[in-house]
Design a protein around this ligand. Structure first.
Ligand SMILES: Cc1cc2nc3c(=O)[nH]c(=O)nc-3n(C[C@H](O)[C@H](O)[C@H](O)COP(=O)(O)OP(=O)(O)OC[C@H]3O[C@@H](n4cnc5c(N)ncnc54)[C@H](O)[C@@H]3O)c2cc1C
Length: 412
């Protein structure tokens, strides 16, 4: 390993690769250190059932302004622009059209109350604004478990309201993870090189890894917040304000289950079902996504955590049981588990995407505050309005690179 570089980037996910891309057009030397044997982080596409499956990010959210839409066009990735399943009416097997309309009304009303509270600066748990008599509260919490990775009792009103949804959502046939990997193809990355300590006690930073040590003038740290809060990287001297900010922005959990489907023609392409709309502990099932003969299930929050604790296969078994209860016992033989995720036990992620705890929305800006004009944090959790997304991570990574370049330019 080169023992001296200008800027070290820790983590080769969307944020780290975007930082490297920004630095590539500058004269400074830089190196990305990545703990895994692959780049992409929470953007990861695998092949299964003859298709490219996104285990992490799958949707180009806010697609009209998402920088990865342009990257996809430039790199020749096919974009699927069909509308997402959540804008359609769900299947009516267990959820009548009038119940769906009532649920949507309750969700809109809750979001309006959250918006009003945020406008008054009331940073409280969003669950406090649920209608105590609301019949759709369990499904509202299920929605939050998918959207935020945690139920509304763990979600800050101000943070929830700060998210800016461009409302156009596209997908990539070859996978969002594959796109981000291709985007980072030229980045100078050292794989299987976990950073364990950043020593900022001297004039140059000392970056420690099990493969050796290097020195740098600045560092951009893009690892997920639970790893920062858990001190997977030790800072010398300690950075208590950073640990506090990261701990206030925990990763929620959302896991995916892919089930191959015999006789797919029984379902409309892009249709959707909830396993049981009367429960919080239920899955959201996208039927035949992009026309594929499969079901993509989404499980979130406490339910996903409990299933992950049970171990590999538990989430797929849960999804199969919910679908069989809904569609009949004959359906069991038509389903074939293809893949499932365990993001909570992934040692380099420890969850899916960040949310601010009630009262702690200001911690995103706090985490994004550089330390000593040479330690800059980036990643989805540092994005003020696009947190929890791949494009928010990339924008934060580019901004961190600009800051690091400005700091280096200011110090001869
Ligand atoms: C199930 C799921 C579904 C999602 N769906 C969407 C979606 O549809 N659309 C969307 O935009 N977003 C989605 N996301 C979120 C999106 O994937 C993330 O917000 C984004 O990829 C985060 O990028 P990042 O660079 O901030 O972090 P990461 O991708 O986590 O990158 C951080 C990198 O740091 C590495 N690392 C960790 N510790 C160390 C260390 N000590 N030393 C060196 N390297 C280290 C990690 O291995 C990782 O590669 C989803 C995520 C999940 C899990």
């Amino acid at each position: 390993m080169d023992s001296e570089v200008d800027i070290v980037i820790v983590g080769a996910g969307a944020a780290g690769l975007a930082a490297a891309s920004r630095l590539a057009s500058s004269p400074v030397s830089h190196l990305v250190l990545e703990a895994r044997h692959r780049v992409g982080g929470r953007a990861h596409t695998v092949g299964a059932g003859g298709h490219a499956l996104d285990l992490g990010c799958g949707w180009l959210h806010s697609a009209l302004t998402n920088p990865f839409s342009q990257v996809a066009e430039r790199l020749g990735f096919e974009i699927d622009k069909s509308p997402p399943h959540w804008v359609h009416q769900a299947g009516d097997q267990n959820f009548s059209a009038s119940d769906q309309a009532a649920f949507r009304r309750d969700l809109n009303a809750l979001e309006n109350r959250i918006g009003a509270a945020a406008a008054m600066g009331e940073d409280i748990a969003a669950a406090a604004l649920l209608d105590p008599a609301g019949v759709w509260n369990p499904l509202l919490d299920a929605f939050s478990s998918f959207y935020n990775g945690a139920e509304f009792d763990q979600i800050s009103t101000v943070d929830y309201d700060a998210y800016e949804d461009g409302e156009v959502n596209w997908r990539l046939t070859a996978g969002y993870g594959a796109l981000i990997t291709a985007f980072g193809a030229d980045a100078p990355v050292r794989l299987e090189t976990a950073v364990t300590r950043i020593d900022h006690s001297g004039p140059r930073l000392r970056i420690h890894t099990p493969r050796g040590e290097l020195s740098a003038r600045a560092v951009i740290v893009t690892v997920p917040t639970d790893l920062i809060a858990g001190e997977a990287i030790a800072f010398t001297p300690a950075l208590p304000a950073v640990l506090e900010a990261a701990a206030a922005l925990p990763l929620g959990l959302a896991n995916k289950v892919f089930l191959g489907l015999d006789e797919p023609q029984a379902f409309a392409v892009g249709s959707h079902l909830f396993g049981d709309p009367s429960r919080t502990e239920t899955g959201s099932y996208a039927m035949r996504p992009m026309g594929r003969p499969m079901i993509e299930g989404y499980l979130g929050g406490r339910n996903a955590r409990e299933l992950e604790r049970e171990g590999s296969g538990a989430a797929s078994a849960f999804a199969v049981e919910e679908l069989v209860a809904l569609l009949g016992s004959d359906f069991r033989s038509k389903l074939h588990p293809l893949a499932e995720t365990l993001w909570g036990s992934d040692p380099w992620a420890r969850g899916s995407y960040s949310h601010a705890a009630p009262g702690r929305a200001a911690m995103r800006a706090m985490l994004a505050q550089p330390v000593e004009q040479r330690i800059v944090f980036a990643g989805e959790a540092c994005s003020p309005h696009d947190f929890s997304t791949a494009h928010g991570a990339a924008q934060s990574g580019s901004a961190a690179a600009d800051l690091a370049l400005a700091f280096l330019a200011a110090i001869p």
